[in-house]
Structure formats: C-alpha cells, structure tokens
Design a protein around this ligand. Structure first.
Ligand code: PLP
Length: 355
C-alpha cells in the first residue's frame, strides 16, 4: 500500500461534470460573449509557436500587466488561472497545521488548496450573505498564516466597502498574508466597490489576485495574475509549476488587455441584464441580494438542490450549494429570459413559504 498523505482524506474527489449538448450553462460565471476579437486573431497567429515551451517568466504578459496597472513588473506574478495563484500563495506561507481563514460560503477552492498544502481551513460564517470581517479578524490566531478575502464574494455577489476592508487589514497582524481575491473586479468597478490595489497596494502583507477567466473571457486558457510587494512576489514566483501558463494563454492575455472598449461594452451589457434579472426575480417573490459581479445569488435554503435539478431538467445548468442557495450566472439576454421563465414556473408550482 502506498502511504498517502493523511490530509488528502479530507479533500473531496473530482467528479467529471459533462454537460449534455444544448444545455444553457449559467453555472460557472463565464463571459457569455465568447472570445474577444483581438484574442481570436492573436491565437490564430500564435499556434505555430506551441511546439516549443512558453516563456517561463511570461515577460511580455507581465510587462503588459505592469503598464495596464501602473505597477512595476517585480510586483506581479502570473499563474495558470487565479486558482493556481491562490495555490501558490498558500504554498508560499502555509506549512503543516497552519491555519487559513476565509468566509464561508466563499470560493470553493480555498479549503481544497489549503488542505492540499497541509494547512487547516478555518471557515467563518457569512453575516447576511456577506463576509463577516469582524468575525474573520477574531478568527485570526497565532497559527494563522493567510486570510482569503473574496471581494465581491463568490457565490453571494456581495461586496465590502473601503472602510471595512481597511479596518480589517489594520486589525490583522502584519506577518499574516491577506489575499484579496478580485476575480470579479471588472464588474465591481461600476458600483464603486473599492479596488484593493489602490486602497491597500502599499501594504507589504496584502496581495490582490485577479483573473482573465471572467470579464476577459479566457476561462479555458487558464491565466491569472496577482500583485503584491516585490518581496512576497519573488517568493510566490518560486512556487509556480514550471511553464504552467501556456504560450497561447500568454498571447491571448496580452491581446485581451488591449481590448478595453470591447471589454467595457460587454460588462455594460452584463450589468444591464443583471439588474433586469434581479428585478424580475424580486417581482416573483425571490430574495436576491444586490450583486456586484456577473452572477446572482438565490438563498433558497432547503429548496436549492431541487430548484437546480428542475432547471437542469429544462435545459439550464445553474450552480446549487445544497441547503444554502443557488448561484446563477448572468448570460445572454435570451438565456436569462429562459431562466426567468423557469423561475416563474418554479414559484407557481412551489409557492414561497412566508418566513
Ligand atoms: C472564478 C473565480 C476565480 C478564477 O479562477 P481561475 O482559476 O482564474 O479561472 C478565482 N476566484 C474566484 C472567487 C472565482 O469566482
């Protein structure tokens, strides 16, 4: 018998999720508008280079990000999606038995990446669908090495204001790494959600993580980045799996950064659709917190799984969190309308029990 690390017993197995053809997927918070035009061109022009290894430092992409963000190159690390960067950050500071604090529910990768690194996840329950920063600060102990702050929070879509974030960072000891996960930053910018890079970029123990998977529509190519102090970033870079960001991903990300206007146009469409879907759901009697991202959260409690199964039976995949709620990505207008007609039917067939 091979001796396997004990900690993996607590990590759930991966189950394949194969979607039947024709299903409308509103389950993964992807951009519904497809690849950006400049990305299509760049990928087509770059395929011949993929017989060779990519630039392991992704120098061109790091430089493009530096000028996009106005920060020096030595403050930026890239990875195969922001998931790899979250993993790298954990591996940078967390050893066996060290604690990683995060709100719950939040991004499901946090507990998994923590356990894989041998750390102990500390889940702090949400308060009114949002992160309870006060409770999270109190959950930090001498064993805590890292705190994930997901803003806006996935799956609830709620966001923190500048004062709450700054107060929290002031309360956490300076030797604990605070990772602000801004996967939905581009959507949140429209509603004055603070940008952790501007707000807290000068703090040596704060790292901001972002991705090309959402607003930049590159989920399948796997590329993300993080910005922190040069000292932390130098260590984070050491933890990357060599060549994890492929050549096409690097090229595509550089091209995507050049598509400011088209990205902004798509975000505008998504925000309009988000408000349309939200107000229709409110009219149907659903509770839906205001979202600062490209998805909506329906805290359906015990109904959640049945609701998601009902949607899937009728051709729409949404994401259910058993006993808690359902997360629905804002898709194309027609997809959203199809979802709304299912939500209408569901309410007709299952009248809301008044709490
Ligand atoms: C989607 C998402 C990510 C992005 O993951 P990638 O690995 O970059 O595709 C990261 N954090 C949160 C909270 C997300 O919802």
């Amino acid at each position: 018998m091979v001796l396997v690390r004990q900690t993996l017993k607590r990590v759930p197995s991966r189950v394949p999720t194969r979607m039947a053809p024709g299903v409308i997927v509103l389950a993964d918070n992807e951009c519904p508008y497809g690849l950006l035009p400049a990305v299509v061109e760049r990928i087509a022009a770059s395929t011949a280079n993929t017989s060779r290894y990519p630039d392991r430092c992704a120098a061109q992409l790091v430089e493009a990000l530096a000028s996009h963000l106005g920060v020096p190159v030595d403050r930026i690390a890239v990875g195969a999606g922001s998931s790899e960067l979250c993993s790298q950050l954990v591996h940078t500071v967390v050893g066996p038995g060290d604690e990683v604090v995060f709100g719950w529910r939040s991004f499901d990768a946090y507990p998994i990446l923590t356990l894989v690194a041998g750390g102990s996840p500390v889940r702090v329950p949400l308060l009114r669908q949002g992160l309870d920063l006060d409770a999270m600060a109190r959950a930090v102990t001498r064993r805590t090495r890292l705190v994930f702050v997901c803003n806006p929070n996935n799956p609830t879509g709620t966001a923190l204001d500048a004062r709450a974030l700054t107060t929290f960072v002031d309360r956490v000891p300076s030797d604990v790494l605070i990772v602000v996960d801004e996967a939905y930053r581009e959507y949140a910018a429209a509603t004055a959600v603070p940008d952790a890079l501007t707000l807290l970029g000068d703090r040596p123990n704060v790292v901001v993580v972002r991705t090309f998977s959402k607003a930049y529509a590159l989920a399948g190519l796997r590329v993300g980045y993080c910005v922190g102090s040069a000292a932390v970033i130098a260590e984070v870079r050491k933890t990357q799996v060599p060549f994890s960001v492929g050549a096409l991903a690097q090229e595509a990300a550089v091209a995507a950064l050049g598509e400011r206007d088209e990205v902004a146009r798509r975000i505008g469409l998504t925000l309009l659709e988000r408000e349309r879907v939200m107000s229709a759901l409110h009219d149907l009697g659903y509770t839906v917190p205001s979202s600062h991202a490209n998805f909506l959260w329906l805290p359906l409690g015990a109904e959640s799984t049945a609701f998601a199964e009902f949607c899937l039976r009728h051709g729409i995949a949404v994401r259910s969190f058993e006993g808690e709620g359902v997360r629905v990505t804002v898709g194309l207008a027609a997809e959203n309308s199809a979802f709304l007609s299912l939500a209408t039917r569901w309410r007709r067939e299952h009248p809301a029990s008044t709490p």
